[in-house]
Write a protein that binds this ligand. Structure first.
Ligand SMILES: NC(=O)C1=CN([C@@H]2O[C@H](COP(=O)(O)OP(=O)(O)OC[C@H]3O[C@@H](n4cnc5c(N)ncnc54)[C@H](OP(=O)(O)O)[C@@H]3O)[C@@H](O)[C@H]2O)C=CC1
Ligand SMILES: Cc1cn([C@H]2C[C@H](O)[C@@H](COP(=O)(O)OP(=O)(O)O[C@H]3O[C@@H](C)C(=O)[C@@H](O)[C@H]3O)O2)c(=O)[nH]c1=O
Ligand SMILES: [Mg+2]
Length: 297
């Protein structure tokens, strides 16, 4: 199988390079070769490589900055995925694309299902919503995996931000009224590999939209406390104690983009289709903290 991976330098892309490597010839060009902000330039190199599978892990993910750069975010998150979808269709290829909990407005009280109506609050969320719609409309063999609160050992994320702040400060304010499931890039990459394995074996999972997140839920405040608590347990030398992380409402943490209060995703459809159990969010957090400690040491 010939696999084209975009976003190979990102946190998810890094894990996908590992998890997909066994499944065929993997090509993971950087933005200097495939620039998703220039969708019109994608056709030639993509048709030349002629992938059987396109995995689009590239995205414009700076949620606040997107408010000031909506055209760029739209090109990378919506127009480029639309072009990749058309190219996949033309090649008879499958397209695996990733999206986000931020397509929802977060006013629902239950975990969101795939059939729930989207209403993004931010430019990032709107452009990601436009991207997933284009993929679903323009490519018949598509998987759109919506996930949430992604972190990993490579790339920028909330875990690394909190560890950096916890080494410098003795108090920290973190919002408690936004809840979701922190999901490791490792988990998403492993589940993606299962989808690809099924493709290769001809036991193709029904195409469509699936929610993929770790089990359980927490707030950003709960997530921050868990990160700092776990590192403290192993004598991580942090200035900040978990008890010194204060819970604040989101209104007291001014940001350019609004975030959903409820980011919880109902993963029943994916678990039933693949016959898998998804681990609690704390499980992979421990693994990633170990990886980070090893990197440091
Ligand atoms: N991060 C999160 O919390 C969440 C992410 N997601 C989704 O998961 C997917 C993966 O996200 P994640 O790994 O966290 O993202 P990262 O921000 O870690 O990585 C983004 C990747 O996209 C690449 N990229 C950005 N702009 C361009 C461009 N113009 N041309 C080519 N490549 C580009 C980056 O390349 P470079 O290194 O050159 O910048 C990088 O490889 C995305 O679809 C995202 O929307 C969903 C839910 C939560
Ligand atoms: C660092 C920090 C953040 N926060 C708050 C701000 C925000 O409401 C929340 C998360 O902050 P971040 O900016 O790290 O997270 P954010 O960039 O909003 O994360 C999102 O990224 C995109 C790409 C997604 O798709 C989402 O699933 C989600 O993971 O925590 C604090 O309250 N205190 C702090 O010290
Ligand atoms: Mg961010």
């Amino acid at each position: 199988m010939r696999i084209l991976l975009t976003g190979g330098s990102g946190q998810l892309g890094f894990e996908l390079r590992r998890s997909l490597a066994l499944y065929g010839k993997l090509w993971a060009p950087g933005r200097e070769v495939l620039d998703l902000s220039r969708p019109e330039l994608l056709m030639q190199p993509v048709l030349e490589f002629a992938p059987d599978l396109i995995v689009n892990a590239a995205a414009y993910t700076a949620v606040d900055r997107a408010e000031a750069e909506p055209e760029l975010a739209e090109r990378v998150n919506a127009e480029a995925p639309a072009e990749l979808a058309r190219l996949a269709e033309r090649l008879g290829a499958t397209l695996l694309h990733f999206s986000t909990d931020y397509v929802f407005d977060g006013t629902g009280t239950a975990p969101y299902r795939e059939s729930d109506v989207t209403r993004p609050l931010s430019v990032y969320g709107r452009t990601k919503r436009d991207g997933e719609l284009a993929v679903m409309n323009d490519c018949s063999r598509h998987y759109v995996l919506r996930t949430s609160w992604v972190y990993g050992s490579v790339g920028g994320n909330f875990v690394k931000t909190i560890l950096r702040l916890a080494a410098q400060r003795d108090t920290l304010n973190v919002v408690h009224d936004q809840v979701g499931a922190p999901t490791s890039a490792m988990l998403i990459a492993d589940v993606s590999a299962q989808l690809v394995a099924r493709l290769r074996e001809g036991r193709v999972l029904p195409y469509g939209l699936y929610h993929l997140a770790a089990a359980g839920e927490t707030s950003w405040h709960g997530f921050a406390r868990e990160i700092v608590g776990l590192v403290q347990d192993v004598g991580g030398g942090l200035v900040l104690r978990p008890e010194a992380i204060q819970a604040i409402p989101a209104v007291d943490y001014p940001a350019a983009a609004a975030r959903p209060a409820n980011s919880r995703l109902d993963t029943h459809k994916l678990r039933a289709a693949l016959g898998i159990v998804l681990p609690d969010w704390r499980h992979h957090l421990q693994l990633v903290l170990q990886q980070l400690a090893i990197q440091k040491g």
